[in-house]
Write a protein that binds this ligand. Structure first.
Ligand code: B12
Ligand SMILES: *[C@@H]1O[C@H](CO)[C@@H](O)[C@H](O)[C@H]1NC(C)=O
Length: 137
């Protein structure tokens, strides 16, 4: 291949790559909100801001928030089939005998979704408000 052909080929290859690079934005994080709701006791809602990496899972954003914010703590147990099960938020734990648990909800625009996976599998979208809601089943 001549120098010119090689250069032409390389720029064509680069042009094909650039749109992918721009839409995946390596290293870029996006903000999400994390709202803690207690539907059983009359506690005010508390909202934190945290961030997710590109296509990152919710538990990653929760861990980062826990490391930087002393007002947010959570615990989980590892389920062999479904991954992390959220047990407690800020010291308040779900209890099987009382039929309480932390429900995972997401407010996306005006819609509230109930993800069909847990905190270890759910991938928030930028600007989502993730709601951790202490409630009964
Ligand atoms: C009952 C049930 C619940 C009950 C469990 C109450 C209890 N302690 O018995 C409650 C209401 C608490 C619950 C909650 C959730 N659940 Co559920 N649940 C089920 C259901 C219908 C039956 C489970 C069961 O009793 N199995 C029989 C027993 C003998 O087996 P087991 O291994 O001991 O069961 C335990 C696990 O299933 C665990 N568990 C239940 N749900 C979930 C969810 C996650 C992510 C994890 C890690 C563990 C877990 O609790 C059971 C009792 O300890 C299954 C669907 C199914 N048909 O299996 C969904 C199911 C397991 N749940 C599911 C989901 C998504 C959730 C939630 C994330 C929903 C939400 N958006 O809030 C939350 C968990 C949030 C959190 N705190 O992490 C999904 C999991 C899919 C996935 N790949 O992640 C399933 C498969 C239903 C679905 N949508 O397809 N759940
Ligand atoms: C807390 O959030 C829940 C869920 O979005 C909402 O239904 C409720 O009205 C809120 N409560 C307060 C006091 O803002």
């Amino acid at each position: 291949m001549s120098m010119i052909t090689t250069a032409t080929f390389l720029s064509a290859a680069l042009l094909l790559l650039v749109p992918g690079i721009l839409t995946q934005e390596p290293g870029v994080t996006s903000p999400i909100q994390l709202m803690i709701v207690n539907s059983i006791s009359n506690t005010p809602n508390v909202t934190h801001t945290t961030d997710i990496v590109f296509r990152g899972i919710l538990i990653g954003a929760m861990r980062r928030l826990q490391e930087t914010n002393t007002d947010f703590k959570f615990t989980y147990i590892e389920n062999p089939n479904y991954g992390p099960y959220l047990v407690s938020v800020n010291g308040l734990a779900g209890d099987d005998t009382e039929h309480t648990y932390w429900e995972l909800l997401v407010k996306r625009g005006k819609t509230i979704i109930r993800p069909d996976v847990g905190i270890g599998c759910f991938i928030p979208m930028p600007d989502d408000t993730v709601i951790l809601k202490f409630t009964k089943w």
